[in-house]
Design a protein around this ligand. Sequence first.
Ligand code: 26Y
Length: 822
Amino acid sequence: TDCSSHTNDSNNIKKLKRGFAYKLFYQQGVWPQNASLNDYYLAVSYTVRDRMQQMFLNSILSLQKKESKIVGYLSAEFLMGPHLHNNLINLGLYDQVSRAVEECGLDIKQIIDHEEEPGLGNGGLGRLAACYLDSLASLQIPAIGYGIRYEFGMFDQEIKNGWQKELGDRWLQPGNPWEFKKADLTVEVGARGHTEQYTDDHGNQRVRWVPGGMVKGIPYDTPVLGYRVNNVNLLRLWSAEAPKSFDFDDFNVGDYQGAVHEKIMAETITKVLYPNDEHFRGKELRLFQQYFFVSCSMQDMVRIHLFMFPNLDNFPDKFAVQLNDTHPAIAVPEFMRLLIDVHHYSWERAWDIVTHTFAYTNHTLLPEALEKWPVAMLGRVLPRHLEIIYEINSRFLDLVRIKYPGDVDVVRRMSIIDESGERYVRMAHLACIGGYAINGVAELHTRLLKNHTLTDFHRLWPDKLTNVTNGVTPRRWMVLSNPRLARLISSAIGDGWITNLYKLRELEPMVDDPVFCEKWQQVKFDNKQDICAMFSCAYGPMFNPYAMFDVQVKRIHEYKRQHLNLLHIVNLYQRLKNNPNLDVPPRIFIFGGKAAPGYTMAKLIIKLINSIAEVVNSDPDVNTRLQVLFIPNFNVQIGHMVYPMADLSEQISLAGKEASGTGNMKFSMNGALTIGTLDGANVEIREEVAPENFFLFGMDVNEVQELGTAGYDPQTIYNQNEGLKAAINLIATGHFSHGDRELFRPLIDSLLYHDPYMVLADYQSYVDCQQKVGEVFQDTRRWTKMAILNAARMGKFSSDRSIADYCRKIWKIKPFPVELKL
Ligand code: 26Y
């Protein structure tokens, strides 16, 4: 059989090569000798895509079976990352395609790296949606991810003179081989206009919305493979187009300029992803983006449902619709409108259907991130929806009044409308009221939702709010990105861990096997060398793979406290300058992450990182033991390199601010140790790996709260801590800015006079903990044991576990394996 599988292999490789040549010739229109790398990338991708079609079409067919319930995952962001590599792994075709490509005289890595990643998300929330699609397919749960096909995704970041510069992300330019345009599934979406009452043919009083304008929504489908299963799910992203472009007979008689203008206006809707995460701004176009994709998606699900059933009575049995944060929460009034105005349901029956359809995931506790649209704006853009929201609110508040007689304050607090000043629609309240389930994304986060942010809703409906701790997919974040580690693990315990991450526990006894430990270290070393080699092009051969790689990659945000990390670096720099014999291991501090273009303080933090790097890296007194590196343009692709090479993972947000974090999980499953606060999922990671394998520092949520109420004064701390004072002064006096004392003043002033994220309060605890980290790192055997135990205990943080929780606790869906028939 060995021999026959070998002939199968070589047969398949032959077929793959023929496939490449065919696609080059017929699809790209080039001979192999004239083909560019992009031609080859596309030819390989189309060939691989063909291998998915059988499963894809059979999966679509099975969606249309009455027995299977479908998850509709509504998300304004899907940060998918590159497709080709992932699809090769999930199909089990990596080795064969790699050899076929090699036999064409090319390198599979080159081809894989050529892909322009679809960066249709800001960070955690968008990447979570992508991990969940992977797990849904792998667990054989029928699902459709609904979102927006932004023409420009997350901006590309360049560093110029230490500052962030934003460049447009033209990801579709080279051609996207993974999507199918489905022009026949186009839907129409209205905007603006007015509502009117009318009497229908049967004498019923009805309301209709007469929109002022219409746009077309065109779906583009991307297949989402599961890992080695036949189930292929669907990512359906909507693109906006003008309804009758260049048909200026009807409305714009002869008005060519006007017609073109209308077309341009329509197409701006899906032009660009808003790059501000965790900071809400009431931009009308953003509101319409949300409504646009939600309306398209709800209409699509209704169409699918009516293809199988005579009416929408049993819609909640067919679809579980998850709202990924409040960005799609306008789905609640939109579905009400479709049911009442279009399908002529009564309010009561429509409300029953709606409230058995939606579930809402909250991803943030930061008040500035909560979406609230000005009533006036919402009424202008979506007049019918505002009426419906008022009616929902009025009926809801009646219920609140009956539950809490005489309590006018609770009515004010729970109302969908915030009437404390200018009137706003609170989208979180709409999502809580309009669905049957609400969840937080980590135990601590859910507890805080229950006790603070959503406490009134929790009191009213005690069973509605539950926790589903986030997870990440081990396919992309281990198998794909860390092949050395994946091979080592599989050689020790088999490859069952890839689909059941709890199996990594079987690695635990290996900590006493010196050979295994050495191999583990070698993997980490090789991963570190890879990245050193990569950066030697830009920086020369300055990075030392024997150093500790201390990494913080995530969006740049004050609450995530990159500047706390910097204060420690400056302190270490000063100690090294003062004492050349200081007994600390060499360390490379690595940063990566994007700042929202309008977030001045975050951009200043990037400048400070690069300024410190400039001084430190060129100072021969310290630069053999301390280096700082800012990796530009952190995205999924760069994440593939970063998580596997890290020794230390920085998860240092102020307790109570990070809802979950998911980078923390990626680091840990790749054998990095965490230095972190008791925030988000750090709490559960520490619980799983055991306290002795986790570097904990800082205040917990209670202490943060107590300090806040007692009155926090950062200046007292500054004055009482010599090391801290010296570090801050060194920055303030212009040591890292060529003597310029003004450059970093806004940052210094913020720390000294406000310090909203209590950086100074946690400083000493952080520095002390970093001291301990350094000591443990010098004991290589101990560090390695801790690292192995970290990875071995990451079972809980697979997105497979998260999705299984959603299925059981919220969606009530069971696996539905796809069978292949011709
Ligand atoms: C309102 C708009 C400006 C907005 C846009 C994007 C608001 C928030 C966001 C993105 C939020 C986000 O990424 N949140 C993160 O979600 C992760 C997945 O649950 C969490 O792990 C992480 O802690 C949280 O910050």
